[in-house]
Design a protein around this ligand. Structure first.
Ligand code: HEM
Length: 321
């Protein structure tokens, strides 16, 4: 039904259970969101009445909602550039779906690989590198200077892109040249794909990220070492991704705007966790699968078919040395 509704708007009026739940959730989000916006705004005005200043650079609040509201209220912002309360709330939804869900799910799949018995040596090697840092609170430069951590994060983003596919609609007739020709259904060899204005093109991110021609026969393996070998990096340079010859954050004018933030966030979280905790797979857990969702969350299917978004792993205090 969701697929039909995406294609034919008339189906959006059929009151399915899913549609009802979505409407209820939206209503709660709007009510709670607006309340939060009001409370934050009142707090900011109270702060300003003490300092007597409402300039953008004046405020130092850290949470994202305060930052947006303060920026939006500042006297040095033009009225035409101000957002409505609804638009302020929409920014939060974008951050949650585009920023939080993607990064947290990417981290889950990274832990899943690190916890695999086959990859325990990778986990130990990474922990060794992280423990070589003398402080518990390294700077951004210190975090980014860790080569194995960088290779591990790149590798999980390559192998486990949380967005398997995305789509674009052609705004004009076009011809897409192909790197390799293919034989179509009529047996004719094609060196290009002709598309018409309005046609939808599915982009298979995972297929490109795991293409054996680019990454080699072990492209389905979790192998951070490939990022330390010059050859592998060289082979992938034709991929027009915005980051590291991968399609994970896509490319072009509508590529991910938050990828540097995501990379750093993933590195910081792994840094903190892995120095103290060791991850293993649970032997008796039902199989963990990719969910049939836009962002491929880990799921477990119960015998009665119920799906739970979860990734149970075994955690232990890390033994060092
Ligand atoms: C591992 C984490 C992330 C992944 C894999 C990811 C992936 C992507 C991809 C593939 C797109 C393009 C989608 C499309 O147009 O079809 C995208 C767009 C976007 N991302 Fe990310 N993203 C991540 C983290 C973040 C973070 C942390 C933020 C914000 C702080 C963010 C904000 C956005 C926004 C706002 C867009 C829409 C850009 C536009 O349409 O112009 N993303 N992301």
């Amino acid at each position: 039904m969701e697929m039909l509704a995406a294609r034919f708007p008339i189906f959006r009026f059929i009151p399915t259970e899913g549609a009802q739940k979505t409407a209820e959730s939206k209503e709660i989000m709007a009510r709670v969101g607006l309340q939060l916006v009001k409370e934050k705004r009142a707090a900011i005005l109270a702060e300003a009445s003490v300092s007597g200043n409402l300039e953008k650079k004046q405020f130092k609040g850290k949470d994202i909602l305060s930052v947006i509201i303060k920026a939006n209220m500042a006297t040095d912002v033009k009225d035409t550039e101000r957002m409505s309360d609804q638009e302020v709330m929409d920014q939060i939804s974008t951050m949650l779906v585009a920023g939080h869900e993607t990064t947290s799910t990417s981290l889950s799949w990274l832990l899943y690989d690190l916890a695999h018995p086959k990859y325990q040596s990778i986990q130990s090697k990474l922990r060794e590198e992280l423990l070589s840092v003398e402080t518990d609170r390294p700077s951004m430069e210190e975090i980014n200077a860790l080569p194995y951590l960088d290779a591990v994060v790149r590798e999980t983003l390559r192998k486990n892109s949380v967005l398997d596919t995305t789509a674009r609609i052609a705004t004009k007739d076009d011809v897409i040249p192909l790197a390799k020709p293919f034989v179509d259904r009529r047996g004719v060899e094609r060196k290009e794909i002709r598309i018409k204005r309005g046609e939808q093109i599915a982009l298979n991110i995972t297929a490109v990220n795991r293409d054996k021609d680019i990454w080699g026969e072990d492209s389905f393996e979790f192998k951070p070492e490939r990022w330390l070998e010059e050859k592998a990096q060289h082979k992938s340079t034709e991929i027009p991704g915005v980051f590291s010859s991968l399609l994970t954050f896509l490319g072009g004018p509508r590529a991910c705007i938050g990828y540097r933030f995501a990379l750093y966030e993933m590195k910081v979280i792994i840094f903190v966790m892995l120095r103290h905790v060791a991850f293993e797979r649970q032997t008796l857990s039902p199989p963990i699968e990719k969910g049939p969702t836009l962002i491929t969350r880990p799921i477990i299917k119960a015998v009665d078919g119920t799906i739970t978004n979860t990734m149970p792993l075994k955690l232990k205090l890390a033994r060092v040395g």
